[in-house]
Design a protein around this ligand. Structure first.
Ligand SMILES: Cc1ncc(COP(=O)(O)O)c(C=O)c1O
Length: 377
């Protein structure tokens, strides 16, 4: 082809999504397949969301409310911020893209840690923005002082990505660490470096020292918060997320989004899900129980894993099975279980395991047990 694409597009490595169930059934000839690969809610979608979406189907001929009035209003009540501080996105992924588009021109930089959720460097690259990575600490956590150094020493750094907890590691930065970091970043280049606190897994968090992002948002002038309906609310397929940001920034971000970026069913379903307190409570409980069961299982089998504040665990397959992450992934596909290899994160000896329902967790355990037996033979 004689067309010249920008080099940052030519060299782009696209996001690798979790393998779909149907594709696995087709390729491996297995009938019963469970997916524990995309940190989805194993209980399915919020029933209140489903009911509201069904009711709204008769209006599908209409374009959605471009201002997202009702959902933004409900979110502003929930988060105790003003209506103008809420920006809706087609998943929180889109809000990441919108923030990069608002802050950066090609040639600018974002700062993140190795192991950061892959959508960050990809969304940046698509827009000609490279990511400067700091190394993770030995215990697979973000090294905030190293990130601060990168921010200070590169004048074209405009954005910093902090998913807390991070995916796929599940590790987090503490209130103390983050507060010191944010106070320092605020002093750099007149507060012009912006920090994205991504709390996609906030509702699952158990650790007392993992800070409330909205409190930090109130305290520091250069912080935005991201949250999503894709995890605890069970609405990954609906694609709705949101950002909380200062109105003077939100004004710009609203300008660079497409007018109907969230669908009609998305707006209606997300609003209804917010009121589904029973479902949220049950989802938290199932995850806590599942995490506990899976941690005990991996401990008993001497398969190392990282401590996680999300709805997933990152296990070390090299030490656990003498195999790479992709090898264990492949072997488990044949047994009808889809996990997530993370070699693309520079973690070839690890596998991410989403916590399922108790019956799904039993199937996952069976697959791991059979691999372990095979290894010991
Ligand atoms: C840390 C983190 N942020 C954001 C997202 C994006 O979620 P969504 O675009 O579905 O809201 C994910 C999804 O896996 C995630 O793990």
């Amino acid at each position: 082809m004689s067309i010249q694409f920008p080099s940052y597009i030519e060299q782009l490595k696209p996001y690798i999504a979790g393998k779909p169930i149907e594709e696995t059934q087709r390729e491996y000839g297995v009938k019963r397949v469970i997916k524990l690969a995309s940190n989805e809610n194993p209980l399915g979608p919020s029933p209140k969301a489903v009911a509201a979406i069904k009711k709204s189907m008769k209006d599908l001929q209409l374009y959605p409310d471009a201002s997202g009035y009702r959902l933004r209003h409900a979110l502003s009540k929930l988060e105790k911020v003003s209506f103008d501080e809420i920006v809706l996105g087609n998943g929180s992924n889109e809000v990441i893209e919108l923030l990069i588009r608002s802050f950066c021109v090609p040639g600018d930089f974002m700062v993140a840690s190795d192991g950061v959720f892959a959508a960050y460097p990809i969304s940046a690259r698509i827009q000609g923005v490279d990511t400067l990575f700091s190394r993770m600490t030995q215990d697979f956590r973000f090294d905030l002082p190293a990130m601060l150094e990168l921010i200070r020493s590169n004048p074209r750094v405009k954005l910093v990505a902090i998913p807390n907890p991070n995916n796929p590691t599940g590790t987090y930065v503490t209130e103390r660490e983050l507060t010191v970091f944010l106070s320092e970043v605020e002093k750099v280049r007149d507060g012009s470096v912006h920090v994205i606190l991504d709390y996609a897994y906030w509702e699952y968090v158990n650790a007392k020292d993992l800070p409330d992002p909205v409190a930090l948002y109130r305290r520091f002038s250069n912080v935005s918060v991201l949250k999503t309906f894709s995890k605890i609310y069970g609405l990954g397929g609906l694609r709705v997320g949101y950002g909380i940001m200062r109105p003077d920034l939100a004004k710009y971000v609203q300008k660079v989004r497409m007018p109907f970026n969230v669908s009609g069913p998305g707006l209606v379903g997300a609003e209804a899900a917010l009121g589904d307190k029973e479902f949220i409570k049950k989802s938290i409980r199932i995850n806590r129980e599942g995490l506990k069961t899976m941690k005990k299982f991996f401990t008993d089998l001497e398969i190392p894993f990282l401590p996680s504040q999300g709805n997933f665990l990152l296990i070390n397959t090299r030490q656990g099975f003498g195999m790479s992450g992709p090898e264990v992934f492949e072997a488990c596909l044949r047994l009808g279980v889809i996990f997530r290899p993370v070699a693309n994160y520079g973690l070839p000896d690890w596998l991410r395991v989403t916590v399922g329902t108790s019956s799904q967790n039993r199937v996952a355990q069976k697959a791991f047990l059979s691999l372990k037996k095979h290894k010991n033979r």
